[in-house]
Design a protein around this ligand. Structure first.
Ligand code: NAD
Length: 362
């Protein structure tokens, strides 16, 4: 007698704008892969962001949060849009992301910046500088200056004074360092820790703890770099990096800069993990109000996020490879390009690109 293993529940939260359009294609990929490889994946959908605000008056309804907590992984589209810019801060769509990250304790944000050789011309940097680029940025996501207390704007000496606090304790630094060393072990065993230890005490502690953790990973070669130099090196000679680990704010800035090296933000997936490999997977891009509703968004970032989900949360390396190979094959064919990555002006729709990937899945 064969016993069927417990289904793996994926909370699908499409969100706003193109988030909904690209997530649709990812769900098609999940369904086809499920049928091909019998992965036991099950999708349940709930609204998030502006869509949820319109329906339920809050960007992160209780039911959405409950599903995200119960699920084995979360697939998110994108949230936000000009319609919500005047909403009170705590009701803005982006609050849903912060809520999910902190409620699920997703402290480790993985942002690969990979340049598919076929798209080298889409980068603003010279092809020889970026061709073959394959960097993984590991950003601490739940601490640092974005969450540190005290914070606020107060009246002081007859004028307003704004302040935030950059704070990390040893445990927070240690767990993100371990997460990065583990990733480095799966790649080229090279890790660069980025800080501002020449100016900030919090960075001094960061550097000390990362160095201490490195004793447990003697195979990994660790280096340290100041954030200002790292920004410079990232555009000067990005291929010198393999895995980068850094704080919440420095990682926010560095990973956006790295994403631009690859030409289109429509190609870049991301993962945010807790300490048990449960994760939230989402494209790096936002809801793109300028093209939302037109059916022309590139769905590959979202589809590649599914590959990351299979790799990091479900340990389904073969299934993850199958998706990545299908995406590479579509790009190598050169027949189909969405508007953001076309070179000859011919642009496929979101669903045509989704279908092209589906056709290559085997
Ligand atoms: P964006 O990423 O939505 O768009 C930036 C530019 O890239 C736009 O010109 C857009 O058309 C293009 N683009 C983005 N994704 C694309 C894709 N898949 N295919 C083709 N082109 C694509 O960033 P923005 O315009 O600064 O922000 C729009 C909204 O999204 C804002 O409300 C912002 O707060 C929100 N946002 C959400 C997330 C998220 O949900 N994780 C991330 C970033 C921004």
């Amino acid at each position: 007698m064969t016993t069927k293993s417990k289904p793996r529940l994926i909370a699908v939260l499409p969100g706003d704008g193109i988030g909904e359009e690209v997530t649709q294609q990812s769900v098609r990929v999940i369904e086809k892969l499920n049928a091909l490889m019998d992965l036991g994946l099950e999708c349940q959908h709930e609204p998030v962001g502006g869509t949820a605000y319109d329906l339920h008056g809050t960007p992160l309804p209780e039911k959405t949060l409950e599903l995200a907590k119960a699920a084995d992984a979360v697939l998110l589209g994108a949230v936000g849009g000009p319609k919500y810019d005047s909403a009170p801060r705590e009701l803005r769509p982006e609050r849903a992301l912060l809520g999910l990250r902190s409620e699920l304790d997703l402290f480790s944000n993985l942002r690969p910046a990979t340049l598919f050789p076929e798209l080298a011309a889409a980068s603003t940097l010279k092809p020889e500088v970026v061709s073959g680029l394959d960097i993984m940025i590991v950003r601490e996501l739940t601490g640092g200056i974005y969450f540190g207390q005290p914070r606020g704007i107060e009246q002081s000496d007859g004028q307003r004074r704004g302040f935030n606090t950059m704070v990390y304790n040893e445990k927070e630094i240690e767990r993100i360092a371990r997460s990065a060393f583990e990733i480095a072990m799966q790649r080229n065993k090279t890790l660069c820790s980025v800080d501002k230890a020449n100016v900030l005490e919090v960075s001094e502690l960061w550097r000390e703890v990362v160095t201490r953790v490195s004793a447990d990973y003697s195979e990994v070669s660790l280096s340290h770099m100041y954030i200002d130099n790292a920004c410079m090196q990232l555009v000067r000679a990005p291929k010198q990096f393999d895995v980068i680990v850094t704080t919440n704010m420095f990682g926010d800035i560095l990973s956006d800069a790295a994403s631009m090296l690859t030409g289109s933000i429509g190609m870049l997936p991301s993962a945010s993990l807790d300490s048990n490999s449960k994760g939230m997977y989402e494209p790096v891009h936002g809801s793109a109000p300028d093209i939302a509703g037109q059916g022309i968004a590139n769905p590959l970032a979202s589809i590649l996020s599914v590959a990351m989900m299979l790799r990091y949360s479900f340990a389904q390396t073969k299934a993850a490879d199958t998706i990545e190979t299908a995406v590479k094959a579509v790009l190598a064919d050169g027949q189909i390009r969405t508007a953001d990555i076309t070179v000859d002006g011919n642009a496929a729709s979101t669903s045509e690109m989704g279908q092209a990937v589906l056709d290559k899945l085997q």
